[in-house]
Design a protein around this ligand. Structure first.
Ligand code: ZN
Length: 552
């Protein structure tokens, strides 16, 4: 008689303590019931479905500890520019998109690389040359700036009189003061994003979220931490929850705190986040904390550095200590998790100072605060972060050598060698959680693991490795993207491990990554993805024979 109990036999499993071959494990309902290092998982097999995995590799579902779900879904529908290597290639891709969609009111593109410009300024004229008649909005690869054409500037109403918002800028011609076509940091966030968001309908947002969910599930991600939740995101998550019944992808969210003029306005946002954290607590949807962005990114020289960039400029932090400390202290006191985006070495200084001050005021307890990205960081701050018990939340995809050329050029000194030093964090005793920050980088977890373990490019394997001394071992990398990523969102007793009592969220891979070269990670993928005990993805080609379930 069929029941909701399934026994998987003959598997290699990534357990919290390492890889064990020849395992069996059982799932009852939505939980892992038992894991045994042999075929015989437990005696009463009569009522169960038995699946012989024929030696396949099983790992916990990946937890993408830092992502942006709606933006990912939307970007999957935009014109893709990551592979364009020159301005001409960007222009011809735009011309094709225009020709293919003659009725489109505007062109949205994403993931262009600064290196494609080869030192040229990204100007509206370069885009006007390809598409003069409708607005064009192109997100940079890092999503921290938007490159637009003249029609888009007109649609946005940006003129030489438009003021730069706090923490961002509209690039301008030094003589005429006219906007040249780039909107950086908060200028992108506060001018472009809301204007485009106003064009989008709930149906658009629902389709973006569905698209992000299905792409994640098919790649082996079963849980995602959305790192900039606002009202539109939250409403889309709640609608999805009623649409699906139970969300097929677990979502945790950090409420995005905008820097406002007064402390009271900033604290009001924290108290709203705190209300949401109390109200939204389902096993598949939770608001766990807040997100603050102290600085921008290296690529557009908007990350705050101790020393200036190679061109002599530097960036003021979006949040200085005076503004940051009250927010961090209040959020900590409210029991919220605090995630602070800090890319420049000065930004991580500010983040650590503020958190240290909150600890001093509020006393000690398990807080699970995190610093995001940490792309350039001093040795002292690595130690300090570990001492404060903070999670280092880092994205191997951002260290892909294919997106490093401009990153290195704008620093152009010894700081390049301080880029993405993952192993320093683990050596110092910090928890390292790996993620993708999609859609600022590709969302698939296995290519991310390839970069984590080789420091080579998942986009172009012929490029030399990016300081291979910081490469992680394969088992460590996988644990950082599952077990430790679950820890980073306070889910370490529910997700991220295949162990009794944990949620049955797991991935069966086509090939055992420990039995092939690391390059195999680029070809590998799931045959089956199970979330909450239910198969949410099944590859078409490998499902027959190998995974055919039989009732015993
Ligand atoms: Zn992000």
């Amino acid at each position: 008689m069929p029941t909701n109990r399934t026994i998987y036999t003959n598997a290699s499993i990534l357990t919290p303590r390492g890889v064990v071959d020849g395992c069996s494990f059982s799932v009852t309902g939505n939980l892992i019931e038992d894991v045994q290092p042999s075929a015989a998982v437990s005696p009463n097999r009569e009522d169960a479905t038995v699946v012989d995995l024929a030696g396949r590799f099983v790992l916990p579902g990946f937890v993408d500890a830092h992502t942006h779900l709606l933006m990912l879904g939307q970007s999957l529908q935009k014109v893709q520019l990551r592979s364009a290597k020159t301005v001409e290639e960007i222009q011809s891709t735009l011309r094709t998109a225009r020709a293919e969609n003659p009725d489109a009111p505007r062109i949205l593109g994403t993931s262009w690389l600064y290196s494609a410009l080869d030192g040229q300024e990204p100007t509206r004229q370069l885009l006007d040359a390809a598409v003069p008649d409708i607005p064009v909005y192109l997100d940079a690869n890092d999503l921290h700036s938007v490159w637009v054409n003249s029609a888009a500037l007109a649609e946005l109403g940006v003129t030489s009189d438009t003021a730069d918002p706090l923490g961002g800028s509209i690039t301008r011609d030094p003589d005429s003061g006219e906007a040249t076509g780039m909107l950086l940091e908060t200028a992108a966030q506060q001018i472009v994003w809301p204007a485009l968001a106003r064009q989008a309908t709930d149906a658009d947002r629902d389709s973006w979220l569905d698209s992000a969910i299905s792409h994640y599930l098919a790649s082996g991600v079963t849980s995602a931490v959305d790192m900039a939740v606002g009202e539109d995101d939250l409403q889309a998550f709640l609608r999805a929850q009623s649409r699906y019944g139970t969300l097929p992808l677990r979502i945790k969210g950090h409420w995005f705190i905008h820097r406002r003029e007064t402390v009271a306005e900033n604290l009001a946002q924290v108290s709203h986040a705190s209300d949401l954290a109390r109200e939204i607590t389902s096993p598949t949807l939770r608001i766990t904390g807040i997100k603050l962005m102290i600085d921008g990114v290296i690529d557009s020289c908007t990350a705050s550095m101790k020393e200036p960039y190679a061109d002599g400029t530097n960036a003021e932090p979006v949040w200085d200590r005076e503004a940051l400390i009250p927010v961090v202290t209040a959020a900590d006191a409210a029991g919220l998790q605090i995630a602070i985006h800090a890319i420049g070495d000065e930004a991580s200084n500010i983040a650590l100072d503020a958190l240290e001050e909150a600890y001093r005021v509020n006393g000690s307890r398990d807080r699970r605060h995190r610093i995001e990205h940490l792309e350039t960081v001093t040795k002292e701050n690595v130690e300090r972060l570990a001492r404060l018990g903070l999670v280092a939340s880092m994205q191997p995809v951002h260290a892909d050598p294919a997106v490093q050329e401009n990153w290195r050029a704008v620093l152009n000194d010894h700081r390049i060698e301080r880029g993405f030093p993952w192993t320093e964090f683990t050596a110092a005793g910090a928890t390292l959680a790996l993620s993708t920050d999609a859609p600022t980088a590709p969302y698939e977890p296995l290519p991310n693991m390839y970069i984590a373990t080789t420091r080579k490019s998942a986009l172009d394997t012929s490029l030399p490795a990016n300081f291979p001394k910081y490469a992680l071992g394969l088992e460590d990398a996988l644990q950082h993207a599952t077990r430790d990523a679950a820890f980073s969102c306070r889910a370490e007793f529910e997700e991220g491990s295949i162990a009794p009592g944990f949620r049955a969220d797991f991935v069966i891979l086509r090939a055992n990554p420990f039995k092939q070269e690391l390059e195999g990670l680029l070809e590998n993928g799931p045959t089956t993805v199970v979330v909450n005990g239910e198969v949410q993805y099944q590859a078409a080609s490998l499902s027959e024979g190998t995974l055919a379930a039989r009732s015993s």
